[in-house]
Design a protein around this ligand. Structure first.
Ligand code: HEC
Ligand code: HEC
Length: 330
């Protein structure tokens, strides 16, 4: 999914001129995707991605060495795990449904409440969360320091020994390479009009219609502009969402609008995994469009779908599945 671009960097020091080979990572993005902006202090390189990838699949990142990032973020389920909420160490249950990590490199604020300001820091949350991996980042860094393979990867990537910084920065670098770019919908946008079957084309028109108004929140190439919205899931939210961070009561029940890419394989849905199927999601919007709940966004409009229209909308949502996962989709 990514290619490498090599350039020479020149570092000048009073009389010393050091030329160093430096490989920059270039993501292969379709024309309708904006460029991904990388933090100046952690531009991804193949070496950083290699360290991040090794860490991502390693159960030693948890207190009892039972849970890796990939235990909850399974590649074959578009980096989700099919659970309502995921079991972490000792079977302890987390509070939220595991999101896909595809295109997470585009996030400004991370996690469903936007509580983490930078992807480079996000890994500290699951590592230290007592319901997830449950180990302090300092103990983890000490543990991984004993491993010469990790020291070598960390030196190659950052010119430094393994540390909390190299661990979290490398994991973020790996996450930035996880892309959803190759769905029938993307191929359709790229000019292959046969990529979408007629039913999915009708579903796309419904999705984009003012009547259903889905695009008002699920806009852009990634079906989200990363705003925080209350989609009327509950009358009273146990998880206050964005309000936990802003402490503003107007933000009660607002969660970051998720991408809809690969929704066919990322059930169950919503921050708490409370809706099991896409049919239930459509029922939900139909119902709360007609009978709005407290605090619900006005962007949700009343609509009623015929059986045919419902099938068309589902066919469209199915067409947001990346081709690499298509073999897995029923
Ligand atoms: C026990 C299950 C579990 C494990 C283990 C886990 N995650 Fe997650 N991950 C989640 C859940 C649940 C969320 C949503 C958290 C929230 O919104 O508060 C999440 C959110 C994320 C996000 C933010 C995505 C978004 O849309 O905002 C990233 C990035 C991420 N995880 C990467 C990782 C990495 C890297 C690791 C390993 C260090 C990891 N996760 C380990 C369950 C897990
Ligand atoms: C007011 C903004 C808004 C509108 C309009 C809207 N959504 Fe959503 N949608 C959201 C939010 C916010 C969530 C996540 C809520 C949560 O995490 O609890 C969501 C979640 C979803 C999910 C589940 C995704 C997942 O991974 O959990 C699907 C599917 C979905 N919406 C489809 C639609 C469709 C189809 C329409 C049009 C009928 C629509 N949405 C209209 C805001 C909106």
């Amino acid at each position: 999914m990514y290619g490498f671009k090599t350039f020479i960097c020149l570092v000048s020091w009073p009389i010393l001129l050091i030329a160093c080979g430096h490989a920059d990572l270039e993501l292969q993005l379709p024309a309708h995707f904006p460029p991904m902006v990388f933090p100046a202090k952690n531009e991804p390189t193949p070496e950083k991605v290699a360290l991040g990838k090794a860490l991502f699949f390693d159960k030693n990142l948890s207190l009892d060495s039972s849970i890796a990032c990939t235990t909850c973020h399974l590649p074959e389920l578009a980096f989700t795990d099919g659970h309502v909420v995921s079991p972490g160490i000792y079977g302890r249950l987390g509070k939220r449904n595991t999101p896909s990590l595809l295109n997470a490199g585009y996030l400004d604020l991370v996690n469903k409440d936007g509580g983490v300001k930078r992807l480079d820091l996000q890994a500290l949350v699951p590592i230290e969360d007592e319901n997830e991996m449950g180990i302090s980042i300092l103990s983890l860094s000490d543990r991984l320091s004993q491993n010469s393979a990790y020291q070598k990867l960390s030196q190659e990537a950052y010119g430094e020994n393994i540390s909390p910084k190299t661990i979290s920065h490398a994991l973020a670098s790996f996450v930035r390479t996880l892309l959803s770019t190759d769905t029938p919908y993307d191929n359709y946008l790229a000019g292959d009009s046969s990529a979408l079957p007629p039913s999915a084309k009708r579903g796309l028109a419904l999705f984009e219609s003012n009547e259903l108004n889905c695009r008002a929140c699920h806009g852009g190439f990634n079906f989200t502009e990363n705003a925080f919205e209350n989609n009327g899931l509950h009358e009273n939210y146990k998880d206050l969402g964005r309000a936990l961070i802003t402490l503003d009561s107007l933000d009660h029940g607002k969660f970051r609008v998720p991408s809809l890419r690969n929704v066919t394989i990322t059930a169950p849905y919503m921050h708490d995994g409370s809706l099991g199927t896409l049919e239930q999601v459509i029922d939900h919007y139909e119902q709360v469009g007609q009978e709005p709940r407290r605090g619900q966004s006005k962007k949700i409009k009343p609509f009623a779908l015929s059986t045919q229209q419902r099938d068309d909308l589902l066919a469209f949502l199915h067409a947001l599945t990346d081709n690499i996962y298509a073999a897995e989709v029923p």
